[in-house]
Design a protein around this ligand. Sequence first.
Ligand SMILES: Nc1ncnc2c1ncn2[C@@H]1O[C@H](COP(=O)(O)OP(=O)(O)OP(=O)(O)O)[C@@H](O)[C@H]1O
Ligand SMILES: [Mg+2]
Length: 443
Amino acid sequence: MYCGGDDLSAIVIDVGSFSTKGGYAGEDTPKDIFPTDVGCVFTDKDGNYVGSHQQGIGENQDIDIDVKKSYYTGTNSITYKRVGMDIINPLQDGLIKDWEAIEHIWNHTFHERLIINPGDHPILLAEPSFNSRSIREKVSEIMFEKYQVPALFISKNAVLSSFASCKATSLVLDSGGGMTSVVPVHEGYVLKNAIVKSNLAGNRLTEEYYKILNQKNIIVNPINLIKKVEIKPGEFHVTPLQIPGLTESYKRYVTLETIRDLKETSCRVADSSQLSEEMHISQVPYELPDGNLLEIGSDRFQIPELLFNPQPLNINNNNHMNTDTNNNNGNNDIHHQTYQPLSKMVIESIEKCDSDVRKEIFQNTILTGGNTLFSGFHDRLLRDISEQSFTLKPKIVPNLIERKNSVWIGGSILGSLGSFQQMWMSKSEWEEYGRPLVEKKCP
Ligand SMILES: Nc1ncnc2c1ncn2[C@@H]1O[C@H](COP(=O)(O)OP(=O)(O)OP(=O)(O)O)[C@@H](O)[C@H]1O
Ligand SMILES: [Mg+2]
């Protein structure tokens, strides 16, 4: 058992596919939020740039030992125009895939954002509810052995979101950057066999928006790739910057960041799937960084519509998802199955719960994750569920806290509860029991 002092506040970290949130337990909001994307520059022994993809980043990290790797984290570092820098993400389908890159995210959180010594603080990590046993054990090993943390706890995202809404039993629909999941929680525990998940989430919507703009020959010039000079008050001369050596992944990253802003500010969910031609859709203006003005019409609705009606994506058969909800080993096999509308994911999950707890779970439905922030999301989900012939009706818990940070906030609440302090895995317990300790203490 961990017997730290009261003066050592725990650190809470939620590494999401899109952003990492870190801060102190007991506080209302994370101290810092930064992109989970990482910049990396690989050079060979002669100083020539070697693309990270050629080096099998991610799964295969047995790379040439003569390759020198430099990593960059945080918004300013990864958007800096650096020759040969690729932008990669340590997670794939919500799970850690690249262990070197994820350590840079943890280092950045501890040493550059929170400016703490992880050896001095208990650490509470949020994890995807469908995480695999091997990943959580490896994470624990790194935390105890590399970072020398005195105590650790790993808690599932859905449980933390549920706590943040003061519920021990709930149905958590979390749609973030990389993943959308529907996870029933009963008395503080995830019902693993009823998890339904998909990788159709916010990042994919941004990419789909990019495709639509390309099809319309609309060129998006991110601010990082243009030179904008004011020639008269309010009038600008814009020229594309020609910087040799910028990688395609860098250019794509900064372009998608621009489109993400466009998506977040202009898109909203339609009341129903009947987005017909004759429907009057008011256009909204959006000024791109180069000063070009876009008038956005039906695209405003069509992008979030993909969550509720993913048929266009299924037709393209462009789908990398795993809805095999019995497969909770986290292996994340690519099944090339079809995406389901959100309402069907919710109902499938509820139907997998025992009939005696279904009602209570459904009556406490919680929406969380940045992708649920589209205006109209809540009403449309309720409407679509009511249109399915399903006897139970959901009740969505009003969000008292910011949806984007609810996992972190739940961790902050849990980590500061007096009754929780006996739950930590301590360093001495780790030394005694090793990896099996994780499943035992953090089920
Ligand atoms: N106001 C908004 N409207 C629509 N989408 C938004 C809004 N704010 C954020 N998003 C989207 O939410 C996503 C990020 O959400 P979140 O921070 O919950 O993801 P994450 O926790 O990093 O990822 P995940 O949980 O999937 O691994 C991004 O795709 C972003 O574009
Ligand atoms: Mg998340």
